[in-house]
Structures are given as C-alpha cells and as structure tokens.
Design a protein around this ligand. Structure first.
Ligand SMILES: [Zn+2]
Length: 98
C-alpha cells in the first residue's frame, strides 16, 4: 500500500535458492545449530541466518547449488531435513514418480 519503503522499515534479503531479493517477511530464515539446519520463522534464533523462499523449488535450488553450507560457511554434513519438511519437500519426494 504505502509507497514509502525504507531499508529499515522493509528489510530485504536474498533467497539463497533463486537468488531473488524479497522482503524479509516473504522469506524463511534458517540457522544452523550443531550441524542441523533449523527453521527460524520468528527470526529470533542467534547465529548466521540464511534466507530462502518457503517453497520446494527454492529449497531444491539451494540444495543443488550447495547454497546452505556456503551461506553458513560450514564444512561437512548439514542436515536440512527439517527445512525440507517445512517447505513441503518431503511430500514432493513421495509423489516424485512420473
Ligand atoms: Zn527463492
């Protein structure tokens, strides 16, 4: 509605999947806790956060591009299963047959 968009009032983040910028509210923040990628819908968890659109397509792109470990600067395995469930990726997997 309001045409006034300030950096502080409307923070933008880049989706690590499709690389498009969106309002932070449209993106899902996720942080890494002990090797697990944990969704942080309220944006309250401490640590380095990565932002991705909460849709299977962007999640998959991010996984394929190895964007998660890059965003978190982690090495080694990263469990993104919880995130996958949240974006509906788990369901998609079950109905993947064509
Ligand atoms: Zn995206």
């Amino acid at each position: 509605m309001s045409g006034r968009t300030r950096v502080q009032a409307c923070p933008e983040r880049t989706c690590i999947g499709c690389r498009q910028r969106s309002a932070r509210d449209d993106l899902l923040r996720a942080v890494v806790i002990e090797g697990r990628c944990v969704p942080d819908p309220r944006g309250t968890l401490p640590g380095r956060g990565a932002y991705v659109h909460p849709v299977p397509a962007c999640y998959e792109l991010a996984v394929r591009r190895r964007a998660f470990p890059r965003a978190y600067r982690t090495q080694g395995p990263l469990d993104t299963g919880e995130l996958a469930r949240l974006v509906g990726r788990a369901e998609a997997q079950e109905t993947h047959q064509t």
